[in-house]
Design a protein around this ligand. Structure first.
Ligand code: LFR
Length: 485
């Protein structure tokens, strides 16, 4: 059978990847073609994206992949909420900010006076958070009012890369559903939100659904990269939406639990951990708001009711700190040390604001323990163990809350993304959530992107995705009562 190939470009917090997906009609094979750093650039206390550098790396990936085979399509996914300003001449007006930048702090109170938090939630389904696009945009317009004249539009980061690759400007719905600017469950900017915050509606180009073929790779790029034509496809360009599109639900539920209409939840675990379930419509109840849930869009039009939990960021930052001090830990080393350390004596709330900015994470973990009168961990193994147990605890609380808020029983949890490779985390998650955990796929965002691109090109039936995922990747099952040590 002929093999269909697409490129999934996944821009994550520590690295970006160009993944080659090959589909033979039965199985999807993913191969990493090119990996590169995706570090925020720090300049005079502000944090930015390196758009130019990333574009260069994406081009390297395209060239390498297309060298000896035709590629049908390419799609980019990134984390949510960030965007770039496009000038009247169609070029990037200024450096795109990274959401861990601090400029929103000064403007959040004013925004929330104009549009109180609970109203934001009711209108958009999004849980208010200073990192949301709406907070960033409001802050930019306060600090640089001239942008109203100078800018023609804003593009979310995947939209921006798709624009660079195809010349076509579009706003993809899943990435925009993280913005705090769309009507809950709708497919356009919310006029109430825009009016109340005095945000010009012209800045937002029309929204297209996930899985839209935008156009061809620009002819000048085809020439430069010596590759043939390929379609530029806006998949579910929010990395989490893409990861969730790869969840093989039927692997989790027995016929019996399906009869009892039990659901399975997902936890997409990378730098962030996102715990949620799919619902047909946004849940904008008081209960959902108070418990910190948010609603984002799925490929195919459904809704993700979810909560953001600080994820492996905590370990990534710990590792960075220890390695800067002369250690040479890999992520796997840290997991082994955490295994060896045995159960932790203390715990942290991973979502405590003190953990969100880059910095000396081990000391912040210790300080949290001191502040809360708990034993203070010392070695890297102890700290790593405490972090993983605390993540699993937070997952457990979120899954219980999801049941309350959605009124659905959750029988199993799919852990996808980088964290699903971490067997200790999977075991702890099964234990602390009290549910079966099915881990994999690891490259969830790339797998989801490939499935959606191939479906958009008419090469794959998305309804068969669970079978395809099961045949293509190793999934592992962890039961709640297994030993953890
Ligand atoms: C995960 C993610 C989350 C989003 C956070 C910030 O990478 O996309 O879904 O809430 O990053 O954008």
């Amino acid at each position: 059978p002929s093999i269909k190939r697409v490129l999934a470009v996944d821009l994550g917090a520590s690295s970006g990847r160009v993944m080659l997906a090959a589909f033979d009609g039965i199985r999807l094979e993913l191969r990493e073609i090119h990996r590169f750093d995706n570090m925020a650039i720090e300049e005079r206390g502000s944090l930015y994206w390196d758009v130019e550098g990333l574009l260069k790396e994406i081009k390297v990936g395209i060239r390498l992949a297309a060298e000896d085979q035709p590629i049908l399509g390419i799609g980019v996914d990134t984390w949510g909420v960030d965007y770039g300003w496009i000038g009247q001449d169609g070029a990037l007006l200024r450096k795109a900010h990274h959401y861990r930048d601090a400029r929103m702090g000064k403007h959040a109170a004013e925004l929330e006076r104009l549009l109180p938090r609970v109203e934001q939630f009711k209108l958009t389904g999004n849980q208010p958070d200073v990192i949301n696009t709406v907070y960033q945009l409001f802050s930019d317009l306060q600090e640089a009012p001239e942008l109203r004249e100078r800018a023609s539009s804003i593009l979310m980061m995947p939209d921006l890369f798709h624009y660079e690759l195809s010349g076509v400007k579009a706003s993809e719905r899943t990435i925009w559903s993280t913005s705090g600017l769309l009507t809950a469950g709708g497919s356009g900017a919310d006029t109430d939100v825009l009016t109340r915050l005095d945000i010009p509606s012209e800045l937002i180009v029309p929204i297209v659904p996930a899985g839209t073929v935008l156009g061809e790779l620009r002819p000048d790029l085809q020439a430069e990269l010596r590759c043939g034509p390929m379609r530029v496809i806006a998949g579910a360009s929010h990395d989490t939406a893409s990861a969730v599109a790869s969840v093989p639900y039927k692997a989790s539920l027995s016929a019996e639990s399906e009869r009892n209409s039990e659901s399975a939840a997902f936890i997409s675990c990378g730098t962030w951990s996102i715990a949620g379930i799919e619902t047909s419509r946004p849940v904008v109840s008081e209960a959902a708001f108070e418990r910190g849930f948010t609603n984002e869009a799925c490929y195919g039009g459904g809704n993700r009711l979810l909560k953001n939990i600080t994820g492996l960021w905590l370990l990534q930052e710990c590792r960075k700190h220890w390695n800067a001090e002369g250690e040479n830990f890999s992520h796997t080393d840290l997991v082994s040390l955490a295994e060896a350390a045995g159960p932790a004596d203390s715990w942290i709330d991973p979502n405590d604001p003190r953990f969100s900015a880059p910095g000396d994470m081990p000391e912040r973990v210790r300080q949290y323990c001191r502040d809360t009168g708990q034993p203070v961990p010392d070695s890297p193994g102890e700290i790593a163990r405490l972090v993983l147990e605390s993540l699993a605890d937070a997952y457990g609380r979120s899954i219980d809350e999801l049941e309350v808020v959605s009124g659905r029983a959750i029988a199993a949890v799919h852990l996808v993304g980088g964290g699903s490779r971490n067997a200790l985390l999977c075991r702890l998650t099964a234990q602390r959530t009290g549910r079966s955990v099915i881990s994999g796929p690891v490259e969830a965002s790339a797998a989801g992107s490939a499935l959606i691109q191939l479906a958009a090109l008419g090469e794959l039936d998305f309804a068969r995705r669970a079978d395809i995922i099961e045949r293509s990747f190793t999934l592992e099952r962890f039961e709640p009562h297994s030993r953890t040590n």
